[in-house]
Design a protein around this ligand. Structure first.
Ligand code: ADP
Length: 473
C-alpha cells in the first residue's frame, strides 16, 4: 500500500484559515477510499479541536536549530476521527500557539516543523513512499531529503508539492540559513531566489512533481507567479493541474448541521427561502429581496479592496432591490471602508468582520448570488460550495474560477462570468444575475443543475493517485 505523508500547517477542522485547510482535511480521506495509506502531519495548535480530542504522544525527540536545542513531541489523534491518521508536532515555545500565521518568528517556526518531522522519521526509521508538501511552509522538505546528509535515508522518497497559492513564497533572509538542518553547502543555490531563501522556489526546483489546484492556475503561473514565473515554466515538465473537490461530508445542504433547514435538489426553492428568512431576520435584512454575498479574506487577491465601491454602485443601480452580506476579515483599511457603509445602508447591508464557519455555511444556503471579484484564484472553493447549495456564482474569469464556472450564455453554462476585476464589469455582472433570477423557472432549473454538477473529490483523488503511481513506477 502506498504510504503518503501530507505535510501542511492547516487542516480542517483542526486549524483553518482558507482553502488549504479544506483540501488537507479532505484529500487524505478520499485517498484512503482508493487504498492509499494517507496521513496528515501538522503543527500542534492551542485550539478547540486539539484540546477536545484525545491524543497520544507517540514519539519524543530533539534537534538543534543553530545552537538552540528544541525538544519535540509527536501527538497522534487516538480516534482517527477525520478518517485518516492525524499527527501533530509540538515544540514548546515554537509550535504550541493558537494562530496559524503572522508570528514574527514564522520562518523559524516552519523550519522547526520540517526539521522535527524529518527527525521523527529518522528516529523511528519510517520511510514513506510519498512526501506530499502543501505550500511554501513545508517547501524545504524536497531539498532536505536530497541534500541533507542527516536525512539521506529519505532520498528514495518521492516528493510532491501542491501549490495552493503561489503569491506567498516564505522568503527569508540568508541570515536564517544557519537555522536549517545541516545541508550540502555547495547546493545553496537551490535555496536561493534573487538573493533570498525562497522555500516555494526551492520546493519547485527539488520536487519530483508539483501540482496546482486547477489547470487554469497552472497556465497562469507560467506567465505570472510573483517573480517565479520562469521557474514554474522551466519546470513545467513535472507540473500537473488537479482541481480541488468538495468534501460532501461537510458541504451538503441535505445534511449540513449549520443550516436552519436542510434541503435537497428538489426542495431547493423552499429550503433556501427558509434559510434566508432566518439569516435575514437575524441580521435585519429584507428576506424578500435577492441576497448577494461575499465570503473571504480581505485581500487584494480576492478583489476585496473593490468591495466598498461595488457596494456603493450596486446599491445605487438597484435601489431597494437587493441586499448584501459581507463575511470576511483581513486588511484593516478595507474593513474600515466597508464599515463606513454599514450605517448609510442599514437594513440592506449586513457585515460580519471575522471568521465564522457556521455563518459561512448559512450564507451559502441563504444567498442568491456569491460574488468573487478575485484577481488571483488558484482554485476557489467558495464558488464550488455556493453551487452545491444552489447559489449562483458571479466570478471573474481567472484561475480555478475560469475552470469551474461556465457562463449562462455559453453552451451548458450555469454561472455569471465577467472578464475583469473592475467596478463596471462587476456591476454589469450583478445586473445580469438580477435579470436572470427574475426568470424564476429557468433560474430554479439552473439552481438544480448547479447542485448536481460533479466537483467530487473522488475524481481528483484518483488523479493524485495516478500521479503517485507514475512517480513510483
Ligand atoms: P483562500 O484563498 O482564502 O484559501 P478558497 O476559496 O480556496 O480561498 O477557500 C476559502 C475557504 O475559507 C472557504 O471554505 C470559505 O468558506 C472559507 N472562508 C473564508 N473566509 C471566511 C470567513 N470569514 N468565515 C468563514 N469561512 C471563511
Amino acid at each position: 500500500m502506498t504510504k503518503v505523508f501530507h505535510l501542511s500547517v492547516e487542516c480542517y477542522p483542526v486549524a483553518k484559515v482558507g482553502g488549504l485547510a479544506d483540501v488537507v482535511g479532505a484529500l487524505p480521506k478520499y485517498q484512503k477510499k482508493l487504498g492509499i495509506d494517507a496521513c496528515v502531519v501538522m503543527p500542534w495548535y492551542d485550539r478547540p479541536f486539539v484540546n477536545n480530542h484525545p491524543f497520544t504522544v507517540v514519539h519524543q525527540g530533539s534537534f538543534y536549530q543553530g545552537s538552540e536545542r528544541f525538544d519535540f513531541q509527536i501527538y497522534k489523534e487516538q480516534e482517527n476521527s477525520l478518517g485518516f491518521e492525524l499527527y501533530l508536532i509540538k515544540i514548546p515555545g515554537k509550535l504550541d500557539r493558537s494562530e496559524v500565521y503572522c508570528y514574527p518568528d514564522e520562518g523559524e517556526q516552519f523550519i522547526a516543523f520540517q526539521h522535527a518531522f524529518l527527525q521523527w522519521l529518522k528516529d523511528k526509521e519510517i520511510v514513506p513512499d510519498i512526501l506530499h508538501c502543501h505550500d511554501h511552509h513545508v517547501g524545504l522538505i524536497p531539498f532536505l531529503v536530497r541534500h541533507s546528509r542527516d536525512f539521506s535515508f529519505l532520498s528514495g522518497c518521492k516528493t510532491v508539492v501542491t501549490v495552493h497559492n503561489g503569491q506567498y513564497q516564505g522568503w527569508m533572509n540568508w541570515n536564517k540559513g544557519i537555522l536549517l538542518p545541516a545541508f550540502d553547502t555547495w547546493k545553496w543555490g537551490l535555496l536561493d531566489w534573487d538573493g533570498l531563501i525562497n522555500p516555494l522556489a526551492t520546493a519547485i526546483k527539488c520536487c519530483d512533481a508539483y501540482t496546482t489546484v486547477s489547470e487554469g492556475y497552472l497556465e497562469e503561473l507560467y506567465e505570472e507567479a510573483n517573480g517565479l514565473q520562469t521557474l514554474f515554466s522551466d519546470e513545467r515538465h513535472k507540473s500537473f493541474g488537479i482541481v480541488n473537490g468538495i468534501d460532501t461530508d461537510i458541504w451538503n445542504p441535505e445534511t449540513d448541521h449549520s443550516l436552519a433547514k436542510n434541503y435537497a435538489v428538489k426542495s431547493v426553492k423552499t429550503g433556501k427561502a427558509s434559510n434566508k428568512k432566518q439569516l435575514c431576520k437575524q441580521y435585519g435584512l429584507d428576506a424578500k429581496l435577492p441576497l448577494l454575498a461575499f465570503i473571504g479574506r480581505f485581500a487584494a487577491e480576492k478583489g476585496a479592496d473593490l468591495l466598498p465601491e461595488i457596494l456603493f454602485n450596486v446599491f445605487k443601480e438597484n435601489e431597494n432591490k437587493i441586499s448584501i452580506f459581507i463575511l470576511g476579515s483581513g486588511d484593516q483599511l478595507i474593513q474600515s471602508h466597508i464599515q463606513k457603509l454599514v450605517e448609510p445602508y442599514s437594513g440592506r447591508l449586513a457585515v460580519y468582520f471575522g471568521y465564522d464557519e457556521n455563518l459561512a455555511h448559512a450564507i451559502y444556503a441563504s444567498a442568491d448570488f456569491i460574488l468573487m471579484p478575485s484577481r488571483v484564484e488558484p482554485c476557489g472553493l467558495n464558488q464550488l460550495y455556493a453551487m452545491k447549495y444552489g447559489t449562483l456564482p458571479i466570478v471573474n474569469s481567472i484561475g480555478g474560477l475560469k475552470d469551474t464556472v461556465l457562463d449562462i450564455n455559453d453552451t451548458d453554462g450555469y454561472g455569471i462570468v465577467f472578464q475583469k476585476a473592475a467596478i463596471t464589469d462587476v456591476c454589469y455582472a450583478v445586473k445580469r444575475a438580477m435579470d436572470y433570477s427574475e426568470q424564476t423557472d429557468l433560474y430554479k432549473k439552473n439552481q438544480q443543475k448547479m447542485m448536481q454538477l460533479d466537483f467530487s473529490w473522488e475524481k481528483s483523488a484518483q488523479r493524485y493517485l495516478n500521479l503517485y503511481n507514475q512517480l513510483l513506477n
